[in-house]
Design a protein around this ligand. Structure first.
Ligand SMILES: NC(=O)c1ccc[n+]([C@@H]2O[C@H](COP(=O)([O-])OP(=O)(O)OC[C@H]3O[C@@H](n4cnc5c(N)ncnc54)[C@H](OP(=O)(O)O)[C@@H]3O)[C@@H](O)[C@H]2O)c1
Length: 155
């Protein structure tokens, strides 16, 4: 099964200048809970921004040019792997767009802000295809820049 997880602002922005445009510790904890001990797939630019493999997860990077020091797969190989286990797509924008039509679950965090000059966006979730299973709004802790809403969509 393919699932995906992303955090976006109120206009769907997920990135700016190759990085996340906020400091949102509570969302990082949520990301860890959802992805721990699973296989995660990311694009090469997200891999570059992380700088290292995320622990206790099988990290797979997609690149047309090739990447060193980490497992890499083609689109077809990721789909094949997902026939037998949950594969979580963790970004960025190009890779979310690529897998959206194959996703059975989406974990979306809406960060309640509007990022100026964002350059990367999440795909829109079609509410004819996906159903909002749960939603929870949280006020920011002292380690978060903004309030956030956790959503869990299924198709
Ligand atoms: N808010 C969030 O939840 C979140 C999550 C993740 C990332 N982000 C942000 O998103 C931004 C990065 O996203 P992005 O869209 O620029 O890049 P990306 O999706 O992370 O990576 C794009 C790269 O993936 C590879 N790729 C794309 N399609 C492929 C295919 N069909 N087969 C093989 N490889 C393929 C290519 O690598 P090569 O160029 O090496 O060929 C391409 O340049 C950053 O700002 C990051 O911080 C945000």
């Amino acid at each position: 099964m393919i699932s995906m997880i992303f955090a976006c602002d109120e206009q769907g922005a997920i990135g700016k200048n190759g990085d996340l445009p906020w400091r949102q510790s509570t969302d990082l904890q949520h990301f860890k809970r959802v992805t721990l001990n699973k296989t995660i797939v990311m694009g090469r630019k997200t891999w570059d921004s992380l700088g290292k493999a995320l622990p206790s997860r099988r990290n797979i990077v997609m690149s047309r040019k090739g990447v060193e020091g980490i497992e890499s797969m083609t689109f077809e190989q990721v789909l094949e792997l997902a026939e037998n286990e949950e594969v979580v797509i963790i970004g960025g924008g190009e890779i979310y767009a690529l897998f959206l039509e194959h996703a059975k679950e989406i974990h979306r965090t809406i960060i309640h802000t509007c990022v100026e000059h964002a350059d990367t966006f999440a795909p829109e979730i079609d509410d004819v295809i996906f159903y909002l299973l749960s939603e929870k709004q949280l006020e920011p802790s002292d380690r978060d820049d903004h309030a956030m809403t956790f959503q869990h969509w299924i198709s």
